[in-house]
Design a protein around this ligand. Structure first.
Ligand code: SF4
Length: 176
């Protein structure tokens, strides 16, 4: 008589439990698949490896997708024409910006026009004090990463980076 009770009940229980987890992931998938979410995460992660720890007020993602690569050289007088629109890990960003396709000019003394930068990497190799690191900028028409002057404060103003940049995207404001 005891076998009649034990057999059917365990079979029904696991089947009911399986329905609950099957519903939960279906709700989570659309959130993880949102385009802006994964793009923002790697950019923010660079703060761990960089020398800067300042505030970030701008995003590298957005709706600006109808831009073309800008031609160099960087405008040496951009500070007279542009305004600081925010910061990224403490580094100034001069507008206009319309991410991800238009990113403006970055830096105060070590400046790079991100809309001209083609991610050649010569500046990163030339710098004797490791001012730069790569910053991923997916969706930008000139290149999907930029030489980010995260350790701008360490610059010794040797101008090596300015001299080796193929599209002339770099401008150093203090001369050593
Ligand atoms: S000027 Fe010299 S020290 Fe400064 S960022 Fe460029 S290569 Fe590095």
């Amino acid at each position: 008589m005891a076998a009649q009770v034990a057999a059917p009940k365990p079979a029904a229980s696991p089947a009911a439990a399986a329905k609950t987890p099957a519903t939960a992931p279906a709700t989570a998938i659309p959130a993880a698949g949102t385009a802006s979410t994964p793009t923002t995460v790697p950019a923010a992660a660079t703060s761990g490896g960089g020398g800067g720890a300042g505030p970030t007020t701008i995003s590298l993602t957005g709706t600006g997708t109808s831009y073309s690569k800008a031609e160099g050289p960087i405008d040496a007088k951009f500070k007279e024409k542009r305004e600081v629109v925010g910061t990224y890990q403490g580094i100034k960003v001069w507008g206009p910006i319309d991410p991800p396709g238009q990113l403006g000019i970055w830096g105060q003394d070590v400046c790079i026009d991100f809309d001209i930068c083609v991610a050649d990497g010569a500046c990163i190799e030339a710098c004797p004090v490791n001012v730069y690191e790569w910053l991923e900028t997916p969706g930008h028409p000139a290149s999907d990463k930029k030489a980010f002057m995260i350790r701008e404060k360490d610059c010794i103003f040797c101008i090596a980076c300015e001299n080796v940049c193929p599209p002339q995207a770099v401008k150093i404001f203090k001369k050593g």
